[in-house]
Design a protein around this ligand. Structure first.
Ligand code: ITT
Length: 199
């Protein structure tokens, strides 16, 4: 009889439960994904960095005192061509209240109201920092290109998914199945790179 392989534990420096759920589903059953709340209840941090990498490092450092093993941090956001890359690193607080996805989307659509269809290009970006078993930092990136719709549509995903139409699709990311989103998303691509190094 073959023994089941033990799951590999990975602590992710996030308080975003949607992100955590996506990561568990992308990494698959060989991994057990835990969030910041599982190792340090109520832990928060200020994302004051001016780059995705700085913010990912802030997340890792916040968790370090509570975790003996590896830590993974994902800092991600939406970069809109017509807004010169905004909201970018400020994606989660763009509407004025941290993590208020509805306000973020409304502010984005207001800023894009007069932008014609052919200038509505955008991409999601994900940067992953992984603090490995030797205490070294590894970095992985993923991008997903598309365009901003004129109104929100769909109930899936989180954040800007209801207004982001990936290239090659006529659906917003919030209208796609979780599986389809994960196959093409910035996070899915960054995590695929991460897994390549440790299969
Ligand atoms: P943590 O910092 O706790 O991980 P967060 O939601 O603040 O949670 P980020 O700083 O990485 O995470 O993400 C910034 C924002 O970018 C996020 O709140 C969303 O508005 C947007 N975003 C990131 N990934 C997204 C995705 O897959 N779909 C839609 N919006 C996304």
């Amino acid at each position: 009889m073959t023994e089941a392989k033990p799951k590999r534990l990975i602590v992710v420096a996030t308080n975003n439960r949607h992100k955590l759920q996506e990561m568990q589903s992308i990494l698959g059953s060989a991994w057990l994904v835990q969030g910041a709340g599982d190792v340090a209840s109520g832990l928060t941090w200020e994302e004051t960095g001016s780059t995705f990498r700085d913010n990912a490092r802030i997340k890792i450092n916040a968790l370090k005192p509570y975790v003996k093993g590896c830590i993974l941090a994902d800092d991600s956001g939406l970069c809109v061509d017509a807004l010169h890359g905004a909201p970018g690193v400020n994606s989660s607080s763009y509407g004025g209240i941290e993590g208020d996805h509805g306000r973020n989307v409304q502010r984005l659509l207001a800023h894009m109201r007069d932008v014609p269809d052919h200038e509505r290009g955008a991409h999601f970006y994900c940067l992953i920092l992984f603090l490995n078993e030797r205490g070294e930092e590894e970095m992985f990136e993923g991008r997903c290109f598309g365009r901003i719709s004129r109104q929100p549509s769909g109930q899936g995903g989180f954040g800007y998914d209801p207004v982001f139409i990936p290239d090659g699709y006529n659906l917003t990311m919030a209208e796609m199945s979780e599986r389809d989103k994960n196959a093409i998303s910035h996070r899915g691509r960054a995590l695929t790179e991460f897994m390549k190094d440790r299969s």
